[in-house]
Design a protein around this ligand. Structure first.
Ligand code: ADP
Ligand code: ADP
Ligand code: ZN
Length: 215
């Protein structure tokens, strides 16, 4: 099962991906997580990517396409994968189609999670993320708080607020989403792969809707 989770920043892609990993035992591939790891390691790619990320802009297509090509070649992707935050532009989607065709593979479903903008701002500015890169669970100070403030329920690591989860950067990320990423809804609709869902409601209800689509 090869899935794409599509939706604005804060729509709940990562939250749902974590639940899908547990249920279907397939890996989550988040270009955002991979880029943040590169920033933390201080690699050349990380240093360049950070400027775009801090500005709420997209990292250049060639960079993220390269990341995805390498990641999809890993053996754990053979039984399926969940793409979270990729593709984000039409050229990225076209490159993905090419990479998958070379591997005799394809996308099965594109789950598009719809949440209105003001709700996205509230979600992102209250988001807290687990510092442990092997966990990466996300929480919300109001909507999904951890049992103990500042501590991950799953792994006990510290929670932090991402640098780009401040209101100014969030507004810029939303503008980027509207301009560059929204056209992917039509792109996948035309291919018959789009499975739109309403992203407002409890995390469990949204998960149930997704599982209903996947069967
Ligand atoms: P994305 O990966 O799409 O950017 P996240 O999964 O990180 O989004 O979710 C963004 C924020 O919204 C997090 O703080 C998360 O806890 C919260 N959240 C996720 N799903 C819901 C929901 N259904 N209702 C309310 N808050 C949610
Ligand atoms: P969210 O879903 O909360 O917006 P992500 O973790 O997916 O956040 O992405 C954080 C940032 O990383 C983006 O704002 C962008 O700068 C960069 N990024 C992540 N994925 C991509 C991508 N596919 N193409 C370009 N830039 C990306
Ligand atoms: Zn954790």
């Amino acid at each position: 099962m090869n899935l794409i989770l599509l939706g604005g920043p804060g729509a709940g892609k990562g939250t749902q991906a974590k639940k899908l990993i547990d249920k279907y035992q397939i890996p989550q591939i988040s270009t955002g997580d991979i880029l943040r790891a590169a920033v933390k390691e201080g690699t050349e790619m990380g240093r360049k990517a950070k400027e775009y990320m801090d500005a709420g802009k997209l990292v250049p297509d060639e960079v993220v396409i390269g990341i995805i090509r390498d990641r999809l070649a890993q053996p754990d992707c053979r039984k399926g994968f969940i793409l979270d935050g990729f593709p984000r532009t039409v050229p990225q989607a076209e490159a993905l189609d090419k990479v998958l065709a070379e591997m005799n593979s394809k996308i099965d479903h594109v789950i598009s999670i719809d949440v209105d903008e003001e709700e996205l701002v509230t979600r992102l500015t209250g988001r807290r993320t687990c510092k442990n890169p092997d966990c990466g669970q996300m929480y919300h100070i109001k909507f999904n708080p951890p049992k103990k403030e500042g501590v991950c329920d799953k792994c006990g690591s510290e929670l932090y607020q991402r640098d780009d989860d401040n209101e100014a950067t969030v507004r810029s990320r939303l503008a980027t989403y509207n301009q560059a990423t929204k056209p992917l809804i039509d792109y996948y609709q035309a291919k018959g792969l789009l499975r739109p869902i309403k992203g407002v409601g409890s995390i469990d209800d949204i998960f149930t809707q997704i599982c209903g689509i996947l069967g």
